[in-house]
Write a protein that binds this ligand. Structure first.
Ligand code: HEC
Length: 108
């Protein structure tokens, strides 16, 4: 119990004190679904119907604020209420903004 509490504090400190670059966050947290190239052509991506971020139309339909919200609050399936994508609450607002900019760069 005590060890867990200490581990928690440590993780919290790490989250506040260290902002990882977007490329690192993408690789560690997002790429397994959205793909290294942002096309969403991964096993999970295909199953969940993830959008192709290299598609100019997809990019045009997405607003920065909605993207940031999806990252920090997660995406739920409207019918089942289940998480399609979890909320990344441990990312700082700056990291979320950087990730949105990172996603914008996939546009070809
Ligand atoms: C478990 C797989 C999974 C992971 C991991 C994941 N996502 Fe998603 N993401 C999804 C799904 C599914 C959607 C919803 C797609 C839809 O309904 O059109 C989504 C939606 C989004 C959206 C909203 C725009 C859109 O495509 O609808 C953004 C922005 C986004 N993800 C960014 C990220 C970022 C950044 C990360 C890493 C921090 C991440 N995702 C990690 C599965 C994932």
């Amino acid at each position: 119990m005590k060890i867990k509490a200490i581990a928690c504090l440590f993780l919290l400190g790490a989250a506040i004190g260290y902002a990882a670059p977007a490329s690192e966050n993408w690789e560690n947290n997002c790429q397994k679904c959205h793909g290294a190239d942002g096309k969403g052509q991964t096993k999970t991506g295909k199953k969940l119907g993830i959008k192709d971020y290299t598609d100019a139309k997809v990019q045009a339909d997405l607003k920065d604020a909605d993207m940031a919200k999806a990252i920090s609050a997660g995406v739920k399936d409207e019918k089942t209420g289940k998480d399609k994508m979890k909320a990344y609450t441990d990312l700082t607002p700056a990291e979320v903004t950087d990730l949105v900019a990172y996603i914008r760069k996939f546009k070809s």
